[in-house]
Design a protein around this ligand. Structure first.
Ligand code: SAH
Length: 294
């Protein structure tokens, strides 16, 4: 009898929560703003697949960039780690603060597991935000700043064991491609030097509101066990960037500013173009320049 009553109570609570949630969706939703790169994902199973792209268990924090109306957030909440979401759009923050208490009841998760911060991810110090603890980064990213987000994850690599998210397909490919590809460039080399990158799946425009003009791609990168390079890392970044700034030229001409000695220039690597060099070759190129150039 008691059990039955309890079940009925739970059922009523469940129905009330669902009713309120669907009403909320009708009453308030955030109007997409172009300047914030807002394209809201409307397909629940894709949202779940993106949230599931995170594999790790060796961290207690997940940072979601640009949660919007929380389509990914609700699936992230079902995972154990604490979720912090950072969102620039005040209307989205208000929406999340209003609707997520209901999600917590629905999912039986604790409020302490979730925090929304209003702000610009690019201006945040990840190290300070998470007290130097490890944090995985995820998001359906605003496409206008997606490469800056990756560069920031690389910069804070010591604290970022894993990263997953949705980009414009072309950017996702650029990050994941290997040498020899036309889109292989600075972003590919710098990411792959520290992370193992995997292109997971493509997402068509029609599952967004409003639909973007191009396909999107979901990728994951997991930090390498040994992510310290055997060369001067600052010099490595400079070599990669300088080489790709003139990607059609041979390295002996694009890297002139490194004052390469004549004997060094005779090394066959300098007759190559940057897109022919693997990450390992860039590392050995940096070593050669450190030993004989500059
Ligand atoms: N994750 C949501 C929204 C994706 S749109 C979904 O999948 O539906 C990208 C989101 O990033 C928008 O909500 C936008 O407001 C937010 N955003 C844009 N620039 C940002 C920045 N610099 N820092 C944090 N969030 C940002």
């Amino acid at each position: 009898m008691v059990l039955k009553l309890y079940r009925n109570q739970k059922l009523c609570q469940f129905l009330a929560v669902h009713l309120l949630l669907s009403l909320k969706n009708i009453i308030v939703s955030v109007k997409a703003k172009k300047h914030l790169g807002q394209h809201f994902l409307t397909d629940e199973s894709i949202a779940k697949n993106i949230a599931d792209a995170l594999t790790g268990s060796d961290y207690n924090h997940v940072l979601e960039i640009g949660p919007g109306m929380g389509v990914l957030t609700k699936y992230l909440l079902q995972r154990k780690p604490k979720i912090t979401a950072i969102e620039l759009d005040r209307a989205s923050v208000a929406y999340l603060n209003e609707t997520f208490p209901l999600e917590h009841i629905k999912l039986d998760t604790s409020k302490n597991h979730f925090e929304v911060i209003e702000g610009d991810f690019l201006k945040k110090d990840i190290q300070e935000m998470f007290n130097k603890e490890q944090v995985a980064i995820i998001g359906n990213f605003p496409y206008n700043i997606s490469t800056q987000i990756v560069f920031k994850a690389i910069e804070y690599r010591e604290f970022v064991p894993e990263f997953a998210g949705m980009f414009q397909k072309e950017v996702a490919m650029r990050i994941a491609e290997k040498e020899g590809s036309k889109v292989y460039g600075i972003l590919s080399v710098l990411t792959q030097a520290f992370f193992d990158v995997e292109y997971l799946f493509t997402v068509p425009p029609n599952v967004f509101n409003p639909p973007p003009k191009v396909d999107s791609g979901v990728i994951r990168f997991v930090r390498k066990e040994n992510y310290t390079l055997p060369v001067d890392e600052k010099l490595f970044f400079r070599v990669v960037k300088t080489a790709f700034n003139q990607r059609r030229k041979m390295l002996r001409s694009s890297l002139k500013s490194f004052n390469l000695s004549d004997s060094l220039k005779e090394d066959p690597i300098f007759t190559k173009r940057p897109e022919q060099l693997s990450v390992e070759s860039f590392i050995s190129l940096t070593q050669k320049i450190a030993d004989h150039g500059i």
